[in-house]
Design a protein. Sequence first.
Length: 531
Amino acid sequence: MKLTFCGGARTVTGSAFLLEAAGKKLLIDCGLFQGGKRLRARNFSQYPYNPAEIDYIILTHAHIDHSGLIPRLVKDGFRGRVLATPATTDLAKIMLPDSGHIQMMEAEWTNRKNKRAGRPEADPLYTVEDAEKALNYFDSIPYYQQENLSEDIILKFYDAGHILGSAITELIITENGKPETVVFTGDLGKSNQPIIRDPDVLEEADYLIIEGTYGTRDHEEEEQKLEKLQTLIHETVNKQGNIVVPSFAVGRTQEMLYFMSRLMRDHKIPNIPIYIDSPLAISATEIFSRHPECFDLQMRQLLHSGQDPFHFPEAIFTQTAEESQKINRLPGGAMIISASGMADAGRIKHHLKHNLWREESTVLFVGYQAEGTLGRRIREGRKKVKIFGEEIMVRARIEAIDGFSAHADRTELLKWLGKFQQMPKQVILVHGEEDVLTSFSAEIEKKFEVSTYIPNYMETMELKPLPEEVEDTSQVMAKLKARELLREWLDFSEEFTSRLELALLEEDDEERLIQLEKELESIKGCLVENF
């Protein structure tokens, strides 16, 4: 087996990993590079492979830094299958054409400058039409369903708990009669994150490719982040300023709506207008509503009680450019949630242009800001920034709440890895800045006494079996079956608990059902222990 790191190596964006094994070529993720000019130039660089020879793209989730180069690959000859969960497939249907639109707008802006300078025109990376053609190659694979990619390669998706539809990818690959398990975490989510379920726990892998975005930092606790949020809302609204929130259209926007509706419901903040000024985020919110299978118990209970945290009177969804422009003519006292999350594209740039110079306004960052992005420059304290070629003074209050991140932090990553019953032969660290991965690597080696590695961009490494007794295929399949049975039982347990908590019980039924629940939990504990 050979693994080439075509992106996501010593950087946070552009995730793409080429796995050559058992006569097949698999590309795990195919993401867009974001950030400074040198990083973005990689989007146009030559492939280290022939796109026509790739058999499968396995997409861990829909974020553009994981999916955004798929249309270019299809344009250049890819004719295999793109495998993703149903929710990821639905999100890709809106996110990839939106990305194509952004590529066309950026090319148009570049060509206006090129024309004035007498330089030749540049083609967009891909177009909306290219993105729509790419969607024809998507196939949906539900969580926990075994998919045989060939006689020697088995794929299974587990819930990564990062955004709607995000998946941990498990590949069991047999070469020379010896099965090896390779696991890609994709972006791993946090425990107790609202709306979606917690990340699934895996117990073993021969090779683990794990993200390390926050490998050296811990997020704020929920109580702390909500206290900070309500304080800055009160202080900004009292000054008649706006709270401008650069937000990822998928995941973060819906989480912000969830918490804002909760704070208003609990009378912790005033009922201010909340503008969701991103057509992509509006479409993504509707897709969330179509995938309740991804929701956690608390979200299902909330919906069952008739409360929809995505749709409430103060939430105002603005689709058109005219509606967006009207927001900037309002005097203040509103929250504006807009994409992109790193402030490099989209309507958020207009809102920053109109609010950064205002001392009474607040810019609130609730997600990761990659190196080289406008969001990173603002967050790091620049006094002036350029937006649409115009120099803007930064007088607004600049705040960041890391607790809203959808990535597991240092403690959660270590806790997730610590649940492996048998440590991998090697842990490979990706999706993180170099200094973060270096520090995180040392901590993993010290804590778990396991070999780690931080690959370079475009590096190829051999994944070789160690000279030790290796389970045969029948043993691996037996373990898979046992885990499948356990998963079915755990799903039944969660559904039972949900129904129990949602039911309107008669007094004489309550004690009997509570006892049943205790017995069920006891049985579940035995199953987990034995499997």
